[in-house]
Design a protein around this ligand. Sequence first.
Ligand code: F6P
Ligand code: MN
Length: 335
Amino acid sequence: MTNKVTLTQFIIEQQRGLPDASGTFTLLLNNIVTACKKISHLVNRGNLVGVLGSAGSENVQGEVQKKLDIITNDIMVEALNWTGHLAGMASEEVDEIITIPAGYPKGKYLALFDPLDGSSNIDINLAVGTIFSILRCREGIDPEPEDFLRKGAEQVCAGFVLYGPSTMMILTTGHGVNGFTLDQDIGEFILTHPNMRIPEETGEFAINMSNQRFWEPPVQRYIDECLQGKEGVREKDFNMRWVASLVADVYRILTRGGVFLYPYDLRDRAKPGKLRIMYEANPMAFIVEQAGGVCSTGRERILDIKPTGIHQRVPVILGSKNEVERIVSYHQDAF
Ligand code: F6P
Ligand code: MN
């Protein structure tokens, strides 16, 4: 077949349309792609290469680190720190911001990533992924943490790779969302899902029901109405899915619609939600909005939040426009 569009070709053609594109971004993205191909290969090999199981350590958020959390973080850092395209990085697995080693040139972008999202699923052979966000920064600087703390609306690119039955990359540079499938035979991501759009209507929700007693009244009301089905105010039956890998839950919503909630809950006032804004909520919000969906905390648009910490947590409600807008209106009614 001659009409297969590779991710590289797609990005180069997209960049050609931009007057001040220097090609640096394309090269940066290619380095991310290389890292994700390595991760895809490792995840696929699993215990054949002894990478499953716990590393016996905790990350800055107090979560038990899997061996693969650490290995995939190293793969990302080592694929990107020498390139000259980045001024710095931030990762879910690293407490402080990651600087560029002395001797390497610094570039005009910042990369933020969750190297292995959903890693609690790795040992049970379910889908996991890599999430990334790219910000521009002043060229040549040694960035401070404050230089990373920018609204999600300023992202120049966001994407995630889903290591599922197929390995897929979902990408936006602010001109819609496109999906690419890794062709293992030739080692290239091929455009297979152009211009992905989230259906506005849905009958499917995703939430961790075990936290129900901690939710605020608007979320209680919304889920309660879904559970009432045809007999309730919504007058239709809803279905529920919860993969517990954000990447897989968002991919499902991009494919067939739905709503995902990891809402504010009253368990721990110090943790307003579970997901981290810089490398989970922001990139997913950028992708979801570019696909015609909505992403909110319930009280405000995620992409408008001015972050205060690299590992800051935030409530996330995302997906089909009509459902998320309904949940937001329930918050407006309540507060
Ligand atoms: O990275 C956090 C994460 O693993 C997400 O991928 C996922 O959506 C969520 O946490 C699952 O949370 P829980 O363990 O509460 O179901
Ligand atoms: Mn994660």
